[in-house]
Design a protein. Structure first.
Length: 210
C-alpha cells in the first residue's frame, strides 16, 4: 500500500440477529456499539471516510439521529446508506453487502483500500488499530486480517484489502493475505454474538474487572 493511498472504512450494522436482537445497538459506557466503532474510525488519520451500512429504515433513522450530533468535520467524513431488501436475508454474506456498498462509494470518493470493522468487536482499541494501519501502509500490503491464534482463525475485528483486489476476488481473504495477532491487545478479542459476551465486554471496558 502506498503511504499516500487512502482507506475507506465500512461498518455493516444489522438490526436483526437470531441470537441477540439489535446487538449492534447495545450500549457500553452509554454509547451504542456501532457508534463506538464509527468514532474509532473517525479518529484515525489514515482513514479518509467512514461508511455505515444500515439494514433497514429503523436502523437508518436511529443512526442518522446519532450522526447528526457529531461535529461538522466528523459528520462530513461519514456516509450512511441502507442496504436493499435482497441483501437482508440470512444467507447474505458480508462480502456481498460490501461489494454493493463499494459500488456506491466508488461514485463518490477516490480511495485505494477497504477497511471492514465490526461493531460487535468492541475490544478493538485505537492504538491497536493505528498500529495495524501503520503496518499495512509501511509494508505496502494488499490484504490483512486480525486473527486469534487460540482458535486459529480470523477474529472478525479488522479486515483490510485493496479495493481492486477485492473487486477481482470478491472475498476478504486472498492469496496475498497477511495476518495480525490480536493477542497484542490489552484484553485480546471478543465477538459479541450472545448476551454473556456482551456483559463480559461491557465489564472489561467499563473497568469492572479485577
Amino acid at each position: 500500500m502506498d503511504s499516500n493511498a487512502s482507506i475507506v472504512a465500512f461498518i455493516l450494522v444489522k438490526s436483526t440477529s437470531q441470537r441477540l436482537p439489535k446487538k449492534n445497538f447495545l450500549e457500553i459506557d452509554g454509547v451504542p456499539l456501532w457508534l463506538r466503532t464509527t468514532k474509532l474510525a473517525l479518529a484515525e488519520l489514515l482513514i479518509k471516510h467512514t461508511v455505515i451500512v444500515a439494514e433497514d429504515e429503523w436502523g437508518f433513522e436511529t443512526m442518522q439521529h446519532e450522526l447528526f450530533k457529531l461535529d461538522r468535520t466528523d459528520f462530513d467524513r461519514t456516509t450512511l446508506i441502507v442496504r436493499p431488501p435482497e441483501l437482508c436475508t440470512p444467507e447474505t454474506t458480508s462480502e456481498a453487502v460490501l461489494l454493493w456498498a463499494a459500488d456506491i462509494v466508488d461514485t463518490l470518493l477516490e480511495y485505494e483500500h477497504i477497511l471492514l470493522l465490526q461493531a460487535t468487536s468492541p475490544l478493538l482499541t485505537s492504538s491497536f488499530l493505528q498500529g495495524i494501519l501503520g503496518h499495512y501502509s509501511t509494508h505496502q500490503l494488499n490484504n490483512l486480517v486480525t486473527v486469534d491464534p487460540a482458535i486459529m482463525r480470523e477474529d472478525g475485528q479488522v479486515y483490510l484489502i485493496n479495493r481492486k483486489l477485492f473487486r477481482t476476488e470478491k472475498k476478504l481473504m486472498t492469496d496475498q493475505l497477511w495476518v495480525c495477532n490480536s493477542l497484542g491487545q490489552r484484553w485480546g478479542t471478543i465477538d459479541i454474538d450472545f448476551e454473556e459476551q456482551y456483559f463480559i465486554a461491557k465489564a472489561l471496558i467499563e473497568g469492572r474487572s479485577c
